[in-house]
Structures are given as C-alpha cells and as structure tokens.
Design a protein around this ligand. Structure first.
Ligand code: ATP
Ligand code: MG
Length: 404
C-alpha cells in the first residue's frame, strides 16, 4: 500500500474568524512554495486540517520538506481507501501486520464526516478492532497511550487511514506577522536571527552589503546559499544586494581607524532602513549579539542604533555563541557560514575598533563625508534577486561556480 496524502494539523491557532482564515491561507501558500519542486502534489486546506495529496510523489521527500514549514503542529501520512467495509477491514489488517512488534498495544479512532456511511464511528471502532485481533491475536487494545493509534476518517470522497503522527516545526506561518528586513552577512549569527524571526511568522527580505572587488563572488554566493536555506521554512525570499565599496573606501580614507566600524555600521543601518521603507517592511532584524568585541558592546549598539527609530529585532542578542552555533547546525547553515569568503566588514576591519564610541565623535567624523549622497548612490545600485528553495541551478550561482 502507498501513502496517498499527508494530513496536516495547524499550529498555534488560537484565533477564530478572519485571523484563522488568514493563518490557514498563508500556511497553504507557504506549503505550495516549499513543495514547488513536486509538481504533481496538490494542496487543500479547510478550517481544521490541511491535505497534501501526493499523486505519486515520494512521501518521504515531501514529509522532509513539510517538517520545516512553520505553522504545522503535526502531520500524518495517510492511505486513501475505498469507502466500503470490506476494503477498510483489509486495509487495517495489512497496516497492522506491517507495523506490529511483540508487546505492542493499539487503538482505533474513527471520525465520520460522511454520515450516510453504513456504520457509525463506534461501530467502526469495534469492527476494525476485531479485524486487527483476527490477524494479530496476541495484540492488546489500549485506550490511553497506545503504541499505535489507527486513525480512520470516513470522508465524502473516500476513507483515509493513518497510523503515525510526526511533530511539525510549530511556530507561525511565515508572513502572518508582517515583513522585516534581515541584515544578512555571511556569518553564523545573521542566518540564525533570520530563522528565529521566520519562526514567529515574520516574512524576511535579506539585505546584503557587498564591496567588490574587496569581497569576492564567493562571498556573494555564500549569502545566496544561506538565504536559500532560509527559504525552507516558508518559501521564497527577496535578496537585496547593496553596493558598499564607495562607502567603505570613503570611510577608510577620511575617518580614524578606531571609528571605522561604528561609521560603517551606521551606514548599513541607514541604508537598510531606507530599503525597508521602500519595500513596505516594519522592522529591521540583525544578528547582533552581546560580547566583548567592538561591535558587540551596548555602547556600540547605541551609537549604531541612533540613526533610526525603526524597531530593531535582535533575536540572538542574549544567546551564547555555542547556542547560536547549535541552532546554525540544526538549520544547516553552519557549514556554509564557515566557508572562508570574507565579507566586507572582515576585510575593512580595523585592528583596534572602539568599544565605547562616543556619539559626539561619531557625528563629527560623519560631517567629513557626504552621507546623503553616499546613501543615495548605494540605493541607486541595489540588485534584487528572488531566491527560491529550488533555485540551486540558477544562472548566477552557476556562473559564480564556474568562476571559482
Ligand atoms: P554574523 O555572524 O551575522 O556576521 P557577527 O557576530 O559576525 O554576526 P558582526 O560582524 O559584528 O557580527 O555583524 C553584526 C550584524 O551586522 C550581523 O549579524 C548582520 O546582521 C549585520 N551585518 C554585518 N555585515 C553585514 C553585511 N555585509 N551585510 C549585511 N548585514 C551585515
Ligand atoms: Mg560577521
């Protein structure tokens, strides 16, 4: 027997009415995006459940993809069975013989939405339970905590049986909470910050600052690859590349080394905020964490933050490095992040950045630069690419791969 569908139970869905429909609609679109590579699959959602009809697609591959989608609490691969008593009997016997191991307990739970079916759910529970005893006389029925729960649903089109329930990713469907701009470097922290925001339903667009020729095509590809990993949780992500060379050269030339990092970060923040405004996002998300080096002190955070009043979400700010690495490994971004392609900050990093930059000094140094002009020129040069879960073979990465 082959699985015909995967039944989906929704996550944190405490709301009713309009919000409930929004939750479900968003989840359906995200599942569609993540399963784009399985053209034969069809997705239906109703008020209580989602149904992913496999139409011959490999159920393991589809489950693996579904397991990462935020907004799914649990899911169960199911068999579609002809809606007749003999067919149901035969099916539960085959399934239970397949899964039975010595000492196992079971129960049958029937739900009947087609009320014209010849047996009601209580009758079916007994009848199908007996059918199992006929082929496995030594198995025990157990109402609470059974090892195998055989779920039987009599729907209008057919009957469905499932016997396993997997835990989904939980969280909220990506996009349900609005949009944020993720400042994505090539490092370990920002992809994790992106993942944690997605988990709470925030749709993200990735903003990446690149300074060619100081930064290599490899650094850009790395940022693309990290973004692609993040598409697994809720679908396509817009990737916005910002040309940052002119700004970094200007700062390097005109600002004392100790303040280089702070000014650089302030430019990144200003530009990200402008892009946010242009693209209708509500917040900025970054991978800042608290530590002892220059960019990680509270003084530094304050000096950088001073260029905007837009809320800045810092999902990893209080996490230990090892906790962040743990998550990076779980979401499979760690190995990409540690590839040795330097990003723009590493290359221009001063030997001794200030850990307690003074806003007064910062502003004085910035007065040496044409801040507005630099920001406008960077904005004029942004390149937007849509990253999809299956765009591995996209022409850009292919091109870069050839160059490397
Ligand atoms: P990460 O591992 O994310 O690079 P980090 O611990 O190295 O973080 P920093 O390099 O100080 O920290 O950067 C702090 C944050 O600033 C990053 O997490 C990221 O959100 C943002 N950022 C730094 N460099 C870039 C860049 N080139 N493009 C976009 N955002 C950046
Ligand atoms: Mg970094």
């Amino acid at each position: 027997m082959q699985y015909s569908e995967i039944l989906i139970r929704y996550g944190e869905l405490s709301t009713k009415g309009k919000n409930r429909m929004r939750f479900i609609g968003r989840l359906r679109r995200n599942i569609e995006a993540v399963l784009e590579g399985f053209p034969q699959v069809r997705i239906y959602t109703d008020r209580d459940r989602g149904h992913v009809y496999l139409n011959g697609a490999d159920y393991r591959e589809v489950s693996t993809a579904l397991a990462k989608v935020f907004g799914i609490q649990t899911y169960s691969p199911s068999y579609k069975i002809e809606k007749s008593v003999p067919a149901l009997k035969e099916a539960v016997q085959i399934i239970m013989r397949g899964v039975y191991q010595e000492g196992m307990t079971f129960k049958v739970v029937t739900k009947r939405s087609d009320h014209s079916f010849e047996m009601d759910s209580v009758e079916l529970n007994h009848f199908l339970g007996d059918a199992v005893f006929q082929v496995l006389p030594e198995i025990k029925a157990q109402m609470k905590g059974a090892d195998v729960v055989l779920r039987v649903e009599i729907r209008d089109d057919a009957a469905y049986i499932s016997h396993e329930t997997h835990k989904g990713a939980g969280g909220l469907p990506v996009g349900i909470s609005g949009k944020g701009m993720l400042m994505l470097s090539g490092g370990i922290d920002s992809p994790v910050a992106g993942y944690l925001s997605l988990k709470r339903g925030v749709e993200i667009e990735a903003v990446h600052f690149a300074s060619p020729p100081y930064t290599s095509p490899g650094a850009l590809k790395k940022a693309h690859d990290l973004t692609r990993k993040l598409t697994q949780f809720g679908g396509n992500i817009q990737f916005i590349e910002v040309p940052f060379t002119e700004i970094q050269e200007e700062i390097k030339q005109k600002v004392p080394e100790a303040y280089l990092m702070t000014l650089t970060r302030r430019f990144m923040m200003r530009i990200t905020d402008r892009i946010r405004e242009m693209r209708g996002a509500l917040v900025i998300i970054n991978g800042e964490s608290l530590g002892q080096v220059a960019s990680q002190t509270l003084e530094s955070m304050q000096a950088i933050n001073a260029v905007t009043s837009t809320p800045i979400i810092r999902p990893v700010v209080t996490m230990d490095k090892l906790e962040i690495i743990d998550l990076a490994e779980q979401i499979d971004t760690f190995d990409i992040s540690i590839q040795p392609f330097e990003d723009c900050c590493t290359i221009f990093a001063p030997a001794q950045p200030k850990t307690n930059p003074k806003l007064k000094n910062v502003e004085q140094y910035e007065a040496r630069l044409d801040v507005d002009g630099l920001v406008e020129r960077a904005l004029a040069g942004i390149v937007v690419t849509e990253i999809t879960p299956h765009s591995k073979e996209d022409s850009l990465s292919a091109l870069i791969e050839n160059l490397l």
